[in-house]
Structures are given as C-alpha cells and as structure tokens.
Design a protein around this ligand. Structure first.
Ligand code: FMN
Length: 187
C-alpha cells in the first residue's frame, strides 16, 4: 500500500498564496508515484484558537473540529507543511493546529515547503522544527524555500517555480519517503 503524504496548506487567511505553492508541490508528489499524495487545507477545518479542556495526549476530544482534525492527522504517514513566514515566525494557524493533537503526529517525518520575501520563510521553518520535534515528528533537512513568492505567481492561482525549486522538491520527497518507510512500524 502506498504511503500517504499529506501536503498541508498552513496559511488560512483570505487571499493567501499558500494554495498556489501547495498545488505545485502536491502535483510533484503525485507524479513521483511513491505516495498517495493528499492536499489538506487547514482553512477547511475552521479550528478556533485551541479550545480543548484536556491535554491532547489523552485524546479525549470534546469538539467535532478536533475530531475531524485528529482523523486527518492520524491518516498520514508523512507531512509536507507548506508554510508562510509571519513576523519572522510560523503562522499562528499552523502552531494552533499542531497543538490540537499529539499522538497523531508521533513518529512521522515532516518536510517543509516555505515561502516569503527575501528569507524564503526560513526563519519560520526553523522555529516550526522545534515544535515538530516536541510532537515526536522527524523534521527533514532537505526543504524547499521560495524567496519573493509574490513575484512567482501567475495571476490565476498558479505558482511559477524556478528549476532549483523542482530539484529541492525532489530531494525532499526522497527523504520523506525514506523516513516514512522506516518509521511506519512505529505508528
Ligand atoms: C501578518 C504577516 C506577517 C508577515 N511577516 C513576514 C515575514 O516575517 N517574512 C516574510 O518573508 N514575509 C512576511 N509577510 C509577507 C508574506 O510573505 C506574504 O504576505 C505571503 O503571501 C504570506 O503567505 P500567505 O499569503 O499564504 O498567507 C507577512 C505577511 C503577513 C500577513
């Protein structure tokens, strides 16, 4: 059975560019053929600021939005987080979604496709890795970083990648596959 890779759109604001970058990466993952690649949009889960009374490790979820999100996270063998950088850090939408569940993330590889201005979202990516490891995810060294993302949009919802973005994506997919296979027995 193919390993399941969730490509997660981490930005939730109206007018976001995240879906353009995520659609590009998702298509590459699909063409790669080694994964069942699924596009997951955080915005569709409508998660409020964390509102569960129990620690997520108990999995005693009281809200339907949490149950839906937990089921989605649990279904994956690997993640590719497509993330912007807000004020030199991760978007609150992603940190909030990470906090909602715990065991569902455990022992799975996490790749990052970041985007932004001159930083390419790298500061956001570094901070995200700290939280990933606390959730017992394995962060990938290989990554995609898109600088000046605003200049790489085609105006109709598409992303215009450079050649090096494609090479970085291929390297990330290789690593995700290797780690996903190795970690599968643990979850
Ligand atoms: C609240 C906020 C903070 C931002 N801070 C940064 C930043 O620190 N670094 C950066 O490169 N871009 C920053 N930007 C610009 C984003 O890179 C740009 O708006 C991008 O489109 C955000 O991704 P999104 O459209 O998917 O939400 C910021 C944008 C917003 C809305």
């Amino acid at each position: 059975m193919a390993l399941r890779l969730h490509v997660i759109i981490c930005s939730t604001r109206p007018g976001r560019v995240g879906p353009a970058v995520a659609a590009w990466f998702h298509e590459l993952a699909r063409q790669d053929g080694r994964f069942e690649a699924i596009l997951v949009d955080l915005a569709e889960f409508g998660l409020p600021v964390y509102d569960e009374p129990e620690h997520p490790v108990r999995q005693d979820y009281r809200n339907d939005h949490t149950r839906r999100w937990a089921a989605s996270v649990a279904a994956a063998d690997a993640y590719a987080f497509v993330t912007p950088e807000y004020n030199f850090g991760p978007p609150p939408s992603l940190l909030n979604a990470l906090n909602y569940v715990y065991k569902e993330w455990n022992y799975k590889p996490a790749g990052i496709v970041s985007y932004g201005g001159v930083s390419g979202g790298l500061r956001s990516a570094l901070i995200e890795k700290l939280t990933f490891t606390t959730l017992k995810m394995m962060p990938m060294v290989e990554a995609v970083a898109v600088q000046n993302v605003a200049a790489r949009l085609d105006g109709t919802g598409g992303f215009l990648p450079d050649e090096h973005h494609g090479r970085a994506a291929a390297a990330l997919l290789n690593e995700l596959h290797k780690w996903a296979e190795a970690l599968k027995p643990l979850h």
